[in-house]
Ligand binder design. Structure first.
Ligand code: GLY
Length: 564
């Protein structure tokens, strides 16, 4: 009898927890701030361990992020890359705040309507598969520039880990085996005889990538010239010729990564630095935080329909402006200071009313439920005070599915991040306008959001995520969970998220975020609610007041935060 009563009590307790919707919201393992020296959080444990090793051997967080990024190109080819691009944001030990744009660029032979047929319709797959989908890769130039400018270690040492893993192999995990198998047909269609992409794999197989090792050796020996000139460049151009691509020798030689000013904001007494255009990520994040700062969301509650209503309406406004105003600032004027000002955020929210969902404009929408995580983020930090947030991408999973024959690496399909036709959504369902139209030499708009947050000048949080158009909202909600809902880092990152991107007019909820009752209330006020798979894979490092650190790699992925 006592046992039955006990079981009933437990059952009631669980029922109460569930009805308050806190089972999935704030559970946490309350990890220790165990690391005094360094932490690397990335999408792959081998890569994180290399980053930590580089710092244990005397390197700083910049050496570590570069070493980790090159290793990801070997062990996590879904997104880790040398054929893509990315963004680096850092707060250096001496207090400097810097960012580097190594985004891909449109080849000089690009045309505004290059993905449209004679009737002006988008030709399916042309901006997402094969040779014409690739922008000029920026990762090698960017990573080497970051290393030379802010790192301390020799190129050969930092690259040696990636070379070793490519040359001697590593045992692939289930995630990579499944991904390679899933895209086998695409590889066979777009790539030739690379011996890697297009084969069937099982978890635990030893993957040796001799061609990639040779490419990495060329980079190690000759620096950027080992990639943008010489035999690797020859291989890229041969590959272009084979598949009617348009990247030329001049495009490769002329590629430049660019120092950009970080963009800055504040949120409830915290200071943020993040990436400006050609990423929309930083602007959108600060804009969202400015909106939310006016509301006591802790009082509303993490799973309350009013909180979801507020987030969704804020997201609609921000993504509408993203579509209208944002593009490469070297080509179009982006009103950054207005978009990140608190006044503008207040003004834009003046129509907001709890309990009301405003209709998004009626613009053609795409398949928003295709969600790719194939961008990847690395957060690193060291005890000297260097904080690094770097996001890099091939765009979609394995990019354009085109491996450069003889050089063993995949090319991006980043041209799809341009607005190939105004109002027509890209693979993330994002629509754009003339600000993000294709032009030779222009950089396509990104959502990558590498962020560093400090409080009273002291390190607080290094964070970022993949997730296409959902990068911004993944990073945004992780920050709210930490600052407003006081969640532990792991719970904040792992908690289910919501997403609204204005168009299509759909409120996307990760499974298990809300009860049926709350979802009904949201539907009743006009939201088209859809349950979606996991999105975003946030990599974070957080500091306590004494400067001790802990890291967390999103439970949605297979990564790991490693520290010392
Ligand atoms: N390709 C994803 C992004 O740059 O946002």
């Amino acid at each position: 009898m006592r046992k039955r009563l006990y079981l009933i009590k437990i059952f009631l307790f669980i029922f109460v927890l569930q009805s308050h919707q806190i089972l999935f919201s704030q559970n946490s393992t309350a990890q220790e701030y165990a690391y005094k020296n360094e932490v690397v959080s990335s999408a792959n444990e081998i890569a994180s361990e290399v980053g930590v090793k580089i710092m244990q051997n005397g390197g700083n967080a910049i050496d570590a992020v570069v070493g980790t990024a090159f290793v990801l190109a070997v062990v996590y080819p879904q997104a880790g890359n040398i054929g893509g691009g990315g963004f680096f944001t850092a707060r250096l030990a001496d207090g400097r705040e810097v960012s580097v744009d190594f985004r891909e660029t449109a080849p000089m032979k690009s045309l505004r309507d290059m993905y449209l047929d004679s009737l002006g319709n988008v030709i399916p797959d042309l901006s997402t598969y094969g040779h014409l989908a690739s922008g000029v890769p920026g990762s090698v130039a960017g990573l080497l520039y970051i290393l030379e400018t802010y790192g301390t270690k020799a190129r050969a040492e930092v690259l040696s880990y990636a070379i070793n893993l490519a040359e001697n192999g590593f045992h692939i995990n289930g995630e990579l085996a499944n991904a390679l198998n899933e895209y086998q047909e695409d590889f066979l269609k777009y790539s030739v005889s690379d011996n890697i992409f297009g084969k069937k794999y099982s978890s635990g197989d030893l993957l040796i990538q001799t061609e990639l090792a040779n490419t990495l050796k060329a980079i190690s020996e000759k620096g950027r010239d080992g990639f943008y000139k010489g035999w690797v460049a020859d291989k890229i151009i041969s590959e272009m010729n084979r598949g009617k691509g348009i990247i030329s020798y001049d495009d490769l030689m002329d590629y430049k990564c660019i120092d950009r000013n970080v963009i800055k904001g504040t949120y409830r007494g915290y200071d943020l630095i993040t990436m400006g255009p050609p990423s929309s990520g930083g602007i959108c994040l600060l804009y969202l935080l400015n909106i939310i700062e006016k509301f006591d969301i802790q009082k509303l509650g993490f799973t309350d329909e009013n909180y979801i209503n507020l987030l969704a309406e804020a997201m609609k406004l921000v993504y509408a402006d993203r579509s209208e105003f944002m593009g490469d600032m070297d080509f179009v004027k982006v009103p950054v200071s207005t978009l990140i000002s608190k006044e503008y955020a207040n003004d834009r929210m003046k129509y907001f009313q709890f309990g009301v969902s405003r209709n998004s404009t009626d613009v053609k929408s795409g398949n928003i439920f295709h969600e790719s995580n194939q961008t990847t983020h690395i957060s690193t930090a060291d005890s000297k005070g260097n904080l690094v947030s770097l996001t890099t991408t091939l765009n979609d999973v394995f990019g354009s599915k085109t491996a450069v024959e003889g050089a063993g690496f995949l090319l991006n399909n980043e041209m799809d991040d341009f607005s190939v036709k105004p109002g027509v959504p890209n693979i993330f369902g994002l629509v754009g306008n003339s600000a993000n139209a294709i032009e030779p030499g222009k950089r396509m708009l990104s959502s990558m959001t590498p962020v560093i947050i400090t409080k009273n000048g002291k390190p607080f949080l290094v964070i970022g995520s993949p997730g296409g158009g959902k990068i911004i909202t993944s990073v945004f909600q992780s920050i709210l969970n930490i600052i407003d809902f006081k969640m532990e880092l792991d719970a904040a990152i792992d908690a289910p998220r919501i997403h609204h991107q204005w168009l299509p007019d759909v409120l996307q909820l990760e499974n298990k975020r809300l009860t049926k009752k709350t979802i009904k209330k949201l539907s009743d006020i006009g939201y088209k609610v859809k349950s979606v798979h996991d999105f975003g894979r946030v990599e974070g490092i957080i500091f306590d007041d004494a400067g001790n650190m802990k890291g967390h790699s999103d439970r949605r992925g297979y990564g790991k935060a490693v520290g010392f």
